[in-house]
Design a protein around this ligand. Structure first.
Ligand SMILES: CSCCC(=O)C(=O)COP(=O)(O)O
Ligand SMILES: [Mg+2]
Length: 230
């Protein structure tokens, strides 16, 4: 049986700078108007109320927006923030304010693996709708069709081994039949603790200094998807 390839997005299939310099500032700018316009829609309200509840309960929408903007600045991987960011980015993609860059080696290899029958899935802190938007609007076209599974922090955080056990259970695979690709060693450590195979994707565009020797913490390291043999 071919292993399932599970990939991270930011720093792995797409540049960190696209997420930090395009997506996050777009969400930061658009949030106040988005909350004014959609704050009463139940699928938006539930996330705003969750933020308010976690901060003592009584918060105006302006306060909630300020809190969320602070979390964007801190790169918090909070499920409510990630869900709201996804909803805000929807307009950005649909108005063609931006497309999502996917590294050419990643786009090519993901398509080749899919064509060769390797099952592919995504695991990112970005919400599943945000993941589908990103892969639906890449500079290499719509890539959503190559993936059969999508996972976000609803299964747990990426530095927690339990999240990878849940993913293995959901895709009905032994952990050893899954290869996880990421740029973050702590995420790979958690995946390895759960029994997954791991590959550190170490891109010069995202990291000045190669992670070699002890810095890989024993994970296989590649510069490009072309060097991965699943
Ligand atoms: C799904 S696109 C936006 C990416 C994002 O919000 C994020 O936090 C990136 O996290 P990742 O787990 O892909 O490194
Ligand atoms: Mg990453």
């Amino acid at each position: 049986m071919k292993p399932l390839i599970l990939t991270d997005i930011e720093g792995t299939t797409s540049s960190i700078s696209f997420v930090r310099d395009v997506l996050f500032p777009y969400a930061r700018r658009a949030l106040p108007g988005f909350v004014r316009q959609h704050g009463r829609d139940p699928h938006v309200r539930r996330w705003l109320d969750q933020v308010a509840t976690e901060n003592g309960g009584v918060c105006s929408d302006d306060m909630i927006v300020e809190m969320l903007q602070g979390w964007i600045d801190q790169d918090r991987k909070h499920t409510a923030l990630k869900a709201l960011q996804g909803l805000v980015w929807e307009a950005g993609y649909e108005n063609a304010d931006f497309t999502a860059p996917v590294y050419p080696d990643a786009a090519k290899q993901l398509r080749a693996w899919h064509a060769a029958g390797f099952p592919l899935a995504v695991y990112s802190s970005g919400s599943v709708p945000a993941q589908k938007l990103l892969f639906g609007h890449t500079d290499a076209g719509d890539m959503t069709g190559v993936f059969e599974g999508w996972f976000d922090t609803a299964v747990g955080h990426k530095r927690d081994a339990e999240s990878y056990r849940r993913i293995a259970a959901e895709v009905q695979r032994a952990p050893g039949d899954i290869v996880f690709l990421s740029d973050v060693v702590e995420e790979l450590d958690a995946a390895r603790d759960a029994g997954l195979r791991t590959v550190l994707v170490d891109r010069r565009e995202d990291y000045d200094t190669p992670r070699t020797g002890d810095a890989t913490n024993g994970h296989q390291r590649v510069d490009s998807f072309a060097d991965i043999t699943p």
